[in-house]
Design a binder for this molecule. Structure first.
Ligand SMILES: Cc1cc2nc3c(=O)[nH]c(=O)nc-3n(C[C@H](O)[C@H](O)[C@H](O)COP(=O)(O)OP(=O)(O)OC[C@H]3O[C@@H](n4cnc5c(N)ncnc54)[C@H](O)[C@@H]3O)c2cc1C
Length: 429
């Protein structure tokens, strides 16, 4: 598999019984075939591969037959909300409004599920993330918060297969899409997954981002990390590393975003799914000054399936969620930069790749008709990412104090957002 198309969902590794493994997880993080596999298995691996192909219109019709709302940017939806969970401890512990964690806890406590597939930071290698099956509220809380380095949740498929009981599953769009493909072929490994949830998804970063973050503070050995957070503390939180010797380094999330152009997983730029369109419920940050200023963590929540809506209605009536419904246009407007990146930028980037003779994922649809200035803008961003992703650029940025570069990055980003506002929002809704 061309590593640019691989979204690292982990399904091929999970299904192949050791024939395919991820090598170099702190480096390129690529799946490598270690031994020969038979044709049947090879067929199944390709069928589960969401990096190569995932037909959005077909799966949307199949999964959301009864769902009334649809927009090609948001995917199918019952209702769209802004809000948070009312349990302050869960909310504080989570990435934004604590919706995903509280939904999982509610399902577990009401015995709709016996466990939840989630992602935590490893106990033995606290700088790496790892999927596991949480079977208690405490374990769900441990798994809360966003991890911005590459995750390959579906490596856990063999454990899901062995699990006795009903499961909820949380994953990024590529991971969810692969689970949907496996459900479509009735693969035993996903039969006990009953509910699917997931965060919105802008991008993920290579582990080199963590190495670089540490080096900027003159820490050379990432093995000395005792705990690593990407959204520590009050929303939007801090990227924070606690070292074994007691030293703590941290940077506000918006400043730590400077790492993105230097360490982005290139495949993120081929993903057209911002709001995790094939989940029962998905959640993102509520990006709007009114919520950002309050600083407590607000989520945008999209209920998609009938079951997703039922869960939300139950939790609302029990006073566990405070959610205000918003209109589709408001939702698109609030995430206009994200939708522009995914639903315009991706298709333009795929066009550039096609011109260069490179493979593209097949999503079964495409969006066209963008202005020349939008193409030009994408060309400029692409060239910048290419330049900043090089070893010399990464080397230089590590010599600059992160607080300084982070501050500059945020200012440039705000300026860029303002100056490209019209190009990006033009005809978006
Ligand atoms: C890589 C990444 C990129 C994101 N990009 C955006 C964005 O561009 N715009 C936006 O609005 N929101 C984005 N989000 C979502 C946002 O950060 C919050 O996760 C979301 O608002 C849900 O908040 P919550 O408080 O309900 O989640 P929580 O209650 O904190 O629960 C989060 C759940 O997500 C799981 N999880 C965390 N990280 C990963 C991961 N890497 N892979 C698989 N599962 C994971 C956890 O195990 C947990 O179950 C992103 C999240 C991630 C992980």
């Amino acid at each position: 598999m061309n590593s640019n198309l691989c979204n690292r969902c982990g399904s091929c590794v999970g299904l192949s019984d050791g024939a395919i493994v991820f090598e170099d997880k702190t480096g390129k993080y690529v799946p490598v075939q270690k031994r020969k596999i038979n044709d049947d298995l090879a067929d199944k691996l390709w069928q589960s591969c969401s990096g190569k192909e995932f037909n959005f219109p077909v799966y949307s019709k199949k999964i959301f037959r009864e769902t009334p709302g649809f927009h090609r940017y948001t995917g199918a939806f019952q209702k769209i909300y802004i809000g948070y969970c009312t349990d302050e401890a869960i909310r504080r512990n989570s990435a934004s409004g604590g919706i995903i964690s509280s939904v999982l806890i509610w399902l577990l406590e009401n015995k709709w599920i016996d466990g939840a597939v989630v992602l935590k930071m490893s106990e033995t290698e606290p700088w790496m993330n790892e999927p596991f099956i949480a079977t208690s509220k405490e374990e769900i809380l441990i798994s809360a918060q966003s991890k911005y380095t590459i995750s390959s949740v579906n490596e856990i498929l063999p454990e899901i297969l062995r699990f006795k009981g009903n499961l909820a599953y949380v994953g990024l769009p590529g991971q969810v899409q692969s689970i949907r493909k496996l459900q479509e072929i009735n693969d035993p490994s996903v039969i006990n997954i009953k509910y699917i949830f997931g965060p919105f998804y802008g991008n993920t970063l290579h582990f080199s981002s963590v190495i670089s973050f540490l080096r900027s503070y003159k820490i050379r050995d990432y093995h000395q990390v005792a705990r690593l957070y990407f959204r520590y503390g009050e929303w939007p939180g801090y990227m924070r590393a606690e070292m074994k010797d007691g030293k703590i380094i941290q940077l506000p999330k918006f400043h730590a975003n400077y790492l993105i152009p230097f360490h982005i997983l290139k495949n993120s730029l081929l993903c057209t799914d911002l709001s995790n369109e094939f989940t029962d419920i998905s959640g993102g940050d509520a990006w709007a000054p009114i919520y950002e200023e309050r600083g407590k963590g607000f989520s945008m929540v999209i209920s998609r399936s009938k079951t997703g809506q039922e869960i939300i209605d139950n939790m609302k009536s029990e006073g566990l969620l405070t959610l205000n419904e918003i209109e589709l246009d408001q939702a698109i407007e609030m995430h206009s930069h994200g939708y522009d990146l995914k639903k315009r930028g991706t298709f333009i980037r795929m066009r550039f790749r096609q011109w260069l003779g490179k493979d593209n994922p097949d999503y079964g649809y495409s969006i066209t008709g963008f202005s020349f200035t939008r193409y030009l803008m994408e060309f400029f961003i692409g060239a910048l990412f290419l330049l900043l992703g090089t070893a010399p650029a990464r080397f230089i940025v590590e010599k600059i104090p992160p607080a300084f570069i982070g501050n500059i990055f945020e200012k440039v980003r705000t300026f860029w957002k303002k100056s490209t506002h019209n190009i990006k929002r033009n005809q978006l809704t």
